[in-house]
Design a protein around this ligand. Structure first.
Ligand SMILES: [Zn+2]
Ligand SMILES: [Zn+2]
Length: 365
């Protein structure tokens, strides 16, 4: 892992990245040149480069408080395996439906894009826009219905990710292992993230809201998720029954709505979200020299409704718009633009040009 990591960057890259991101106003500092050992300035850069390499070596370990005392998180492991085990049912003629297949990305554009990307991520974590409380809670509830943990927990983990990206205390860096970053980290407790101090430090603002506090308490958010899957079944059942007049057809459509509308859509949203933690910290191109290995990915820019422009996001986390080049389609931002137009969303933050110019790869010497 480490050797492939080093191969990805030259010494100059790493030295430059370090300088740029530690103090962006120093962007004109000379680059480290390994062939010119001897000059004090150059040696300082090389030493800094070696320090970063040491950090990279260190960061291939799991976070410090993922250790033998860490418990297995059964409440993650069981539903994640359980929902995947329901996939083969889709191929039964009784269940399969092309409408169901189409419903997965369509509903993901509501639950995944509005709930997770706009709600949990850009709004709650990064405060990229403002909206009325009822609307904020609606977006958050759509996020809860994507079964990706409570809002407070999700935000906590993601804020820690931004603070320690691709370093040892990053909860899910692929520098440990690609599979660890994708899903493995969800199965073993990181005791640094479950303390009252962690909640107090990272998500005090979220837990101030009594609704988010209620969701957090006794894992009430899980009941909201389960309730919404039953609602999918019930709605499908009613429509099927009214359409054909038979209870049997109602039961069949109810099952289809439950599986495609809730279960498979949840699986789809899981993997596209998880890929942002794994794939877009490994593969893709960079617009900006940021402090971690974040990348922009075409595939997850589309499938993740904008979230795949992850290098852009790390360069300017506050911006609610993740597509910074004209071709970088950000479908979640389309929602936000529409909401802004009708006055539902305000203070919608756009890419900050002066911040971004300093780390723009096109301005590299
Ligand atoms: Zn990241
Ligand atoms: Zn973020």
């Amino acid at each position: 892992m480490h050797s492939s990591q080093s191969a990805r960057y030259t010494k100059q890259d790493v030295g430059r990245r370090l300088l740029r991101t530690q103090d962006p106003s120093d962007s004109n500092l000379p680059l480290a040149d390994p062939s010119k050992r001897g000059s004090i300035a150059n040696d300082t850069l090389l030493d800094e480069y070696e320090a970063i390499q040491d950090r990279q070596r260190e960061s291939i370990l799991k976070p410090e408080r993922v250790d033998k005392q860490s418990r297995i998180i059964w409440e993650h492991l069981i539903p994640i395996i359980g929902l995947h085990l329901l996939i083969p049912l889709a191929f039964l003629p009784y269940v399969f439906s092309w409408w169901g297949v189409l419903a997965i990305p369509a509903l993901n554009y509501i639950f995944g894009s509005l709930g997770i990307s706009a709600g949990y991520h850009r709004m709650l974590t990064h405060q990229g826009f403002k909206c009325p409380k009822w609307f904020e809670r609606t977006l958050t509830t759509l996020g809860v219905c994507s079964f990706q943990d409570s809002p407070a927990r999700w935000v906590l983990v993601h804020r820690v990710h931004h603070q320690h990206s691709d370093h040892r205390e990053d909860p899910h860096t692929p520098m440990v292992h690609g599979l660890w970053a994708h899903v493995g980290w969800l199965f073993i407790e990181n005791r640094a993230l479950t303390t009252a101090e962690a909640y107090d430090r990272y998500v005090r603002d979220i837990l101030k809201d009594p609704y988010y506090m209620w969701l957090q308490r006794n894992m009430n958010w899980v009941w909201v998720y389960l309730g919404h899957t039953i609602a999918f079944y019930g709605l499908g059942f009613l429509i099927g029954w009214m359409w054909t007049g038979t209870v049997a057809a109602g039961a069949q459509m109810g099952l289809q709505w439950f599986l495609f509308g809730a279960v498979y859509r949840t699986l789809w949203t899981w993997h596209t979200t998880w890929a942002i933690n794994s794939a877009t910290h490994m593969w893709g191109y960079r617009n900006y020299e940021t402090r971690e290995n974040s990348r922009n990915s075409w595939i997850f820019g589309i499938l993740g409704y904008g979230e795949g422009w992850h290098n852009n996001h790390h360069a300017d986390p506050r911006s609610a718009s993740l597509g910074h080049r004209w071709w970088e389609i950000d479908m979640t931002f389309w929602w936000l633009l529409a909401f802004e137009k009708i006055g539902l969303v305000s203070e919608l933050s756009r890419p900050n040009k002066s911040v971004l110019e300093r780390c723009d790869i096109r301005n590299s010497p």
